[in-house]
Design a protein around this ligand. Structure first.
Ligand SMILES: [Zn+2]
Length: 372
């Protein structure tokens, strides 16, 4: 799997299709949604058919689409790949596939630049997460990025003499005040290891997996930079395998993401209530997009609604058939939300797709934070 980084995205974004347009294709190949490869092939066929119609007979684009079809029928390992981004331009010999462990929204775009917005969103929604695990003798530190382990460090302290431990347990055991000196030292070392790993491979969030009394001490020992990254505790034993740690980390990652989305929706709600720098509802949102005023587009996952697009000025609108900006007759679009997301990405706005946020649903399942 090609590692996807900000630098890689910037490099992609700098490519221009000089002799022919660039085909950008995102595919949701999530096996949990489309179990049979037949279903996936069928879905891709429909998307590509739509793209062929838009290709306008361009030979390079048609070749791109054919290659994409072959790729989907070929060796796609859906046990670890849930989303695919393909950037192709046959005329320029460009063929780049980014396989992602997370799903993306299926869409094909043909333009003179690669559509990298969704890749950026994937990176933003899956910030690197560190997991620091510890018990009395062991400490393990992992960094996961996009579902993959990218950094690890293991620490194993000499087991103290049996009598010391037993003597302490006899006196009342594991209370933090009576953590043995060697355990305290071990936790301090573990905290230092976490900081060293962070220096090596920065992560945005840190989760602790340790028995409560050790976790409290460990959190207190962390460098302040790391303490402010704490996002919760995992209940996995220090002996857990990578898969178990990753599963727990992804659960907490999803919680972190939902919390972040909730903050964006809260900002939107306040802006709409105050009547400045925010609009709620799809109709006003696409208006603001047409005015290039949107900084962040916010929509509920799964929301879709029909609407209009003006071939004259390119504006999207909830109501048709005449464009109130330029007077042209508009064309109906099947999914205005989809087109709004695409337009927002093209305008380099942030796009937040919120999962199960009731406050956003109340506002009409779509809204936008505005630049002015
Ligand atoms: Zn118009």
């Amino acid at each position: 799997m090609a590692a996807i980084t900000q630098a890689a995205i910037r490099e992609l974004a700098s490519i221009r299709g000089r002799s022919a347009p660039i085909t950008s294709c995102y595919l949701d190949v999530d096996g949990r949604r489309l179990a049979r490869s037949k279903d996936l092939e069928h879905e891709v066929e429909i998307v590509l058919k739509g793209a062929r119609a838009k290709a306008d007979g361009d030979a390079s684009v048609l070749t791109d689409l054919q290659q994409i079809e072959q790729y989907v029928r070929g060796a796609l390992d859906r046990s670890r790949v849930r989303g695919v981004a393909i950037f192709a331009c046959s005329a320029e010999r460009l063929w780049q596939v980014v396989e992602l462990p997370v799903p993306v929204r299926t869409r094909v775009m043909v333009n003179d630049v690669p559509a990298v917005g969704q890749l950026e969103a994937v990176l933003r929604d899956h910030e690197p997460i560190g997991v620091l695990m510890a018990d009395r003798q062991r400490a393990r530190m992992f960094v996961f990025e996009l579902g993959a382990l990218v950094e690890r460090s293991e620490l194993f302290e000499q087991v103290p003499r049996e009598t010391d431990v037993r003597g302490l347990r006899d006196r009342g055991g594991d209370h933090p005040q009576v953590l043995e000196e060697h355990t305290q030292q071990h936790l301090r070392t573990a905290a230092q290891v976490a900081f060293a790993v962070w220096n090596q491979h920065p992560f945005t969030h840190l989760a602790i997996a340790a028995p409560d009394h050790l976790a409290r001490q460990l959190e207190a020992d962390l460098h302040p930079y790391l303490r402010e990254r704490l996002c919760g505790r995992l209940s996995v034993p220090v002996t857990a395998n990578h898969g178990e740690v990753l599963a727990a980390a992804q659960k907490i990652e999803a919680e972190v993401e939902r919390t972040r989305e909730a903050r964006v929706v809260e900002r939107l709600r306040e802006a709409v209530a105050a009547g400045r720098k925010g609009v709620g509802g799809l109709a006003d949102t696409v208006e603001a997009l047409a005015d290039h005023r949107v900084s962040t587009l916010v929509v509920s996952q799964g929301f879709s609604a029909p609407g209009w697009r003006c071939p004259g000025c390119g504006a999207l609108a909830a109501m048709g058939p005449r464009c109130k900006r330029c007077g042209s007759a508009m064309r109906e679009v099947e999914d205005l939300v989809e087109d709004a997301v695409e337009e927002a990405l093209a305008q380099s706005c942030q796009v937040e797709i919120c999962v199960g946020n009731a406050d956003l649903d109340v506002m009409g399942r779509a809204g936008a934070l505005l630049r002015y």
